[in-house]
Design a protein around this ligand. Structure first.
Ligand code: ADP
Ligand code: MG
Length: 644
């Protein structure tokens, strides 16, 4: 027996399509306010919209009848005939949104038309009208949506963490706000103001949304052809981000996604971007309404274009043109040779021997004088940048001066102990390998790559090959360590420990460092404030757009801070775990990933040693935090076999 579904059931089913999460409600309500001709729109949410979503506008408002009608399915004032679909000037046209929202939440509507004396107050819960009264309310409309999915527990439980849902809400807010620069937008989240965007031009709106530092990044794009008019900005290639966050296409003031057009932009950026980074863009296309079809799906942001190929070509050409015109030339040091950054890069440098002046008429009683002469020689060598302490020891001793004899003796004594030192160390390594009680995590902090040539032993125990592996002899053969993976393991455990075992020490910066982020990124930073402090960061203020760093963990240099934090934000961006241990794990992995030495980096002996020692001080030295093998061992027997 076939029956027509009751309205509230039909609405609930439709709601499944239209309302997936709080952000969907935000989008629908904001768009309705825009369609109502508002010049000022305020969004208020609590608990990422799970508890409350309110949109207040100063638009044209509704009369008593419309205030009731708007909750009916297929009730719309925006189109009346099928032809209208091809001349759309409004965001909405389906008349489904409010009916769907009212089916799955507690909704309160207050509305008044500008020339009316009194307004209307409607309360509707799960499609049932609870009350409708005449009321004294301001001009315009206010929708409050509370307890979303109250009657669909499965849906409610399916919602992600507040951080994730907030991210979606901000995404929708940004899209609408960027599309309508002439409207003032205010966004209040849990009682505090996240955004306050005055009516302005496009550039200013972008800057207001993404923070003051955005301005210098923008390159204007402008093109006018018969099929399309293009306006907007792309960000200079050097500001390309690791996340795909800031990529916006608007078609006739509507945010859309298009993989095809996106490709046009990335191909215009070809050769200008670092691997793994994505260009930011804010592009506004105006096309004749009848040349596009937006009627695909209520929540989809894809649309169809009549002449997609020409659009592609025009877009690509105009972005390319702008990048060229504004002299955005490729940055040359993408593949910076890391070796150049190692302070003591001995490899390939020709050391010049100081010329030795031998005083054949050496008189021990004039020794004071001669050592003065030597000192001045060394001084001039230093100023010519050719000073080599070991050479000078040799030259001193060959000069036969009694004053330098003792230091030569010392030197000889040290190298005399070479074999014994070496043996002792390889034994110690065996011990490290077999037991875990040799924990010296201090090695990781700060000192890791300080090339202090003060180490007391001169015997080399590790060898770096291909700037990738560290080979270290052990009694039974040798171990081969992947430098990057090993370092990742060390850093991972170091930061993980800072969350549980002890708080890391912080090193004060000489000058406070201000870093600028988007509102959402600042929100993320705030949500991991405790973890940042435990890791050894200290900071002053966290506002909506900047953080002032006062101190960093000892293992992070000032120049690395911004990279580390950006990577971290990027890793947490789309899915910040709620579960604390998972969050800690994710943060530690992120830091390990961004701070670990890269393959291709030259390591000093000291750095190699530190990696070896610290690795075997780890709880799980065998694998990197990402599950990759960190080292292999090769027994002498196995090597012997190869020679058979
Ligand atoms: P649609 O936007 O597709 O028309 P909705 O369900 O979102 O469908 O809204 C139904 C109708 O309610 C709209 O067509 C409009 O007439 C009215 N309406 C909704 N929101 C507002 C508002 N903020 N101000 C004035 N009228 C509104
Ligand atoms: Mg609508």
């Amino acid at each position: 027996m076939i029956r027509l579904l009751p309205d509230h059931v039909a609405n609930q089913i439709a709601a499944g399509e239209v309302v997936q999460r709080p952000a969907s409600v935000v989008k629908e309500l904001l768009e309705n306010a825009v369609d109502a001709g508002a010049t000022s729109i305020k969004l208020v949410i609590k608990d990422a919209g799970k508890t409350l979503i309110q949109v207040i506008d100063n638009g044209k408002g509704m009369n008593e009848i419309d205030a009731r009608m708007c909750f009916e399915r297929h009730a719309t004032s925006k189109i009346s005939a099928a032809e209208d679909l091809f001349q759309l000037q409004t965001k909405g046209f389906r008349g489904e949104a409010l009916a769907s929202i009212a089916a799955i939440a507690h909704v309160e509507l207050k509305s008044k038309e500008h020339d009316a004396e009194l307004g209307t107050h409607v309360i509707i819960e799960g499609s049932k009208v609870v009350s409708q009264e005449v009321a004294v309310v301001p001009n315009g409309t206010s929708f409050s949506v509370k307890n979303l999915f109250f009657n669909i527990p499965a849906r409610r439980n399916f919602l992600k963490s507040d951080q994730v849902e907030l991210r979606h809400v901000i995404d929708e807010f940004e899209r609408v706000a960027l599309a309508h620069k002439d409207i003032q937008f205010v966004f209040i989240n849990n009682g505090s103001e996240m955004f306050n965007l005055p009516a302005s031009n496009i550039r200013q709106r972008i800057v207001n949304v993404f923070g003051g530092k955005t301005n210098e990044k923008l390159v204007p794009v402008q093109e006018s052809t018969e099929i399309v008019e293009i306006q907007g900005f792309v960000a200079k290639p050097e500001y390309a981000k690791k996340s795909r966050g800031e990529q916006f296409f608007f078609v006739n003031d509507r945010f859309i996604k298009s993989g095809y057009l996106h490709h046009a932009i990335t191909s215009a950026f070809e050769g200008l971007l670092k691997d793994g980074t994505h260009p930011s863009y804010f592009l506004y296309l105006t096309l004749p309404p009848n040349s596009i079809d937006i009627n695909i799906h209520p929540t989809k942001t894809e649309i169809k274009f009549d002449d997609e190929q020409s659009l592609y070509a025009i877009l690509r050409a105009s972005v390319k043109h702008s990048l060229g015109q504004f002299n955005v030339t490729p940055v040359l040091d993408f593949q910076k040779d890391m070796e150049l950054e190692v302070p003591y890069g001995y490899s390939g440098t020709q050391s010049v021997k100081p010329t030795v002046e031998v005083n054949t008429n050496f008189n021990p009683f004039e020794s004071m004088q001669s050592s003065n002469a030597l000192a001045s020689r060394i001084g001039s060598d230093i100023s010519r940048g050719e000073f080599n302490p070991f050479e000078s020891v040799k030259s001193k001793s060959s000069a036969g001066g009694s004053s330098s004899g003792s230091s030569f003796q010392e030197k000889k004594h040290q190298s005399g102990g070479w074999e014994t030192l070496y043996e002792g160390i390889s034994d110690a390594k065996e011990m490290i390998l077999s037991s875990n009680h040799y924990i010296e995590d201090e090695l990781v902090t700060g000192s890791l790559f300080d090339d202090e040539t003060t180490s007391s032993h001169t015997a080399q125990q590790t060898y770096q090959v291909h700037k990738k592996y560290i080979i270290s002899p052990i009694k039974s053969g040798m171990i081969i360590i992947d430098q990057r993976r090993a370092h990742q393991r060390i850093l991972y455990e170091y930061y993980l420990n800072s969350f549980s075992v002890r708080q890391n020490a912080s090193q004060q910066l000489l000058f406070p460092l201000s870093l600028y982020y988007t509102v959402y990124e600042m929100e993320l930073l705030r949500s991991i404030e405790k973890e940042l402090i435990q890791m050894g960061f200290s900071f002053d203020e966290i506002t909506n757009e900047k953080i002032v760093i006062l101190g960093t963990p000892e293992s992070i240099s000032e120049s690395e801070v911004s990279i580390v934090l950006e990577d971290l934000l990027n890793d947490l961006q789309d899915n910040r775990p709620d579960d604390v241990p998972v969050l800690h794990d994710r943060i530690a992995k992120s830091l390990a990933q961004s701070l670990a030495v890269k393959t291709g980096t030259y390591l000093t002996d000291k750095a190699q040693e530190d990696i070896v020692n610290s690795l075997f001080g780890c709880e799980n030295p065998q694998t990197s935090p990402f599950g990759k093998t960190t080292f292999i061992t090769m027994k002498v027997e196995d090597i012997d076999k190869k020679f058979m």
